[in-house]
Design a protein around this ligand. Structure first.
Ligand SMILES: Cc1ncc(COP(=O)(O)O)c(C=O)c1O
Length: 484
């Protein structure tokens, strides 16, 4: 800690230095996450909101305009999802809250679902329950927030019951129903999770089919629309999320695919009374003069005017304008996906409904050696390990060049695209396209970068595959930056 200050000019220089060492997710060559966060209106609102420095914990003496604006944003989002209109603006009819991210929104949804089924938990905790509460979700496509929520809320990891995901990387509704049927007697299900755009391939579940199962079994239906939520702005693309309106809770992440800077996420509840159960002073819920959001926002105390940025974006472009950008991004994604899926050094593992796909480094020149290696005993594991290793190296090479960024993460090859089995976990590169449009030269730039990576790695990889037919190739498993 400096003991004496260095003055304004030095601080400005320091900030410039910080910027120089920061990654621009809005750069068109950044294709790891869709979080461009570059809506001019939303960036401006972030600056203004910071200057205003409102505390959204309370209305009076803290954030009068901020509370009303957040309430309005929640109303708009509820409308977008297809939830019934909230009543007059009181804490009891709010039916949603801002949160710092999808991870937190999912925690809040699990908490509210749990407290709705067993309201006594708020007084006596989980100890009084006769059977272990469990939630059901598909394995292989899940986000870690559900495990995190189970651990943080005292349910424990064993409260997650896994259903099989399909080869299309969606929750398999039939497998989900069978999992529910087969639950042991000592557990009690309370929640089913559907995913509108999973974190690895952005495949969108058949939400109506999952809603049918949840409703038939009297279970809370949560839809994780952190990625897919942006499609709701487009009349053309929103049908992919049909059934979301039947959810009991929905998480949305405008700071992912909606051009909004961090932190911007929302947890919405169809029945506002479910969230209102969290109220610190239940007798104030219907009070028309009371919009102290901090009384019904679990996990949060003081917090800033975060909703201003999404509010400004919506005012700037309107629902139609945002929808047009989301549709344009879809086209851009499809163009860039065609570039990577046709490049001779890559093999697609999962293509997607929208802005993300996953692939491995497997140049045409090594495929004969890979096929040969697969024929020997233990060959599948070795090929998977070598492909994973070179995929990670390719991704790292591109990243360290500073010229092209893909994501790296682990993915079960549910469709057995590599021929090593559908249980095998691979390291894959992910391409996520957040931009509505990119320059014409980006496609050729990507091709050139991939050509160079192939030049650097293919011969060595081929040699490793040839050796693996006779010896142990060794496995290296590294997780990507998001730890998937
Ligand atoms: C499907 C899904 N849900 C939730 C999250 C968590 O979101 P956040 O990183 O905003 O906390 C992610 C993050 O990638 C995700 O992909």
């Amino acid at each position: 800690m400096p003991s004496s200050g260095s003055g304004e000019k030095a601080v400005l220089d320091l900030l410039a230095d910080v910027a120089a060492y920061s990654i621009s997710q809005a750069d068109e060559r950044y294709l790891a996450f869709p979080d461009t966060g570059d809506s001019v209106a939303a960036v401006l609102a972030t600056i203004v909101g910071t200057f205003l420095n409102q505390n959204l914990i309370a209305f009076d003496r803290s954030a009068p305009a901020g509370s009303v604006i957040e309430e309005q944003v929640i109303r708009w989002l509820r409308d977008l999802v297809g939830f019934p209109p909230a009543g007059p603006p009181t804490l009891g009819t709010l039916g949603g809250m801002w949160s710092s991210g999808g991870n937190m929104s999912n925690h809040i949804a699990v908490l509210v679902a749990l407290s709705t089924k067993w309201p006594e938990i708020r007084r006596s905790g989980l100890f009084g329950l006769e059977r272990r509460p469990v939630l059901i979700l598909a394995s292989g496509v899940e986000h870690f927030s559900y495990l995190g929520a189970a651990q943080a809320l005292g349910l424990g990891a064993e409260s997650l019951v896994w259903a099989q995901a399909g080869s299309d990387f969606r929750t398999d509704a039939a497998a989900l129903a069978a999992t529910l049927e087969a639950l042991p007697d000592d557990v009690e299900p309370f929640m089913v999770v559907g995913i509108a755009g999973n974190c690895r391939t952005t495949a969108i579940d058949d939400l109506s089919a999952i809603a049918d199962i949840a409703k038939r079994s009297g279970l809370w239906f949560h839809v994780d629309a952190c990625h897919g939520g942006s499609l709701l702005f487009s009349d053309k693309l929103s049908p992919a999320l049909a059934g979301i309106e039947r959810a009991d809770s929905v998480s949305l992440d405008p700071h992912k695919g909606l051009f909004t800077p961090y932190s911007c996420s929302y947890a919405l509840f169809k029945n506002p009374a479910d969230l209102a159960r969290m109220a610190r002073y239940p007798d104030r819920l219907a009070d028309a003069d009371m919009l102290d959001l901090g009384l019904v926002t679990p996990f949060y105390g003081s917090r800033g005017f975060e909703s201003l940025r999404l509010w400004a974006l919506i005012h700037h472009l309107g629902r139609e304008g945002i929808g047009a950008l989301v549709e344009a991004r879809q086209t851009t994604f499809q163009e860039l996906q065609a570039v990577v899926s046709s490049h001779r050094s890559l093999r697609m593992i999962a293509s997607s409904d929208f802005y993300r796909c996953a692939f491995v480094f497997l140049p045409v020149s090594v495929r004969a050696a890979a096929a040969q290696a697969l024929t020997v005993e233990g060959g599948a594991a070795r090929v998977a390990a070598i492909v994973s290793e070179y995929t990670a190296r390719c991704c790292d090479l591109l990243y360290r060049s500073g010229q092209l960024v893909f994501d790296i993460f682990t993915l079960r090859d549910l469709n057995n695209a590599l021929g090593c089995g559908s249980d095998v976990r691979l390291q894959v590169m992910g391409m996520a396209v957040g931009h509505p449009g990119v320059s014409d030269s980006l496609s050729s730039h990507i091709q050139r970068m991939l050509d160079a990576a192939e030049e650097a790695l293919a011969a060595e990889m081929n040699q490793r595959l040839l050796e693996s037919s006779v010896g142990n190739a060794g496995a290296q498993v590294a997780l990507g930056p998001a730890g998937w």
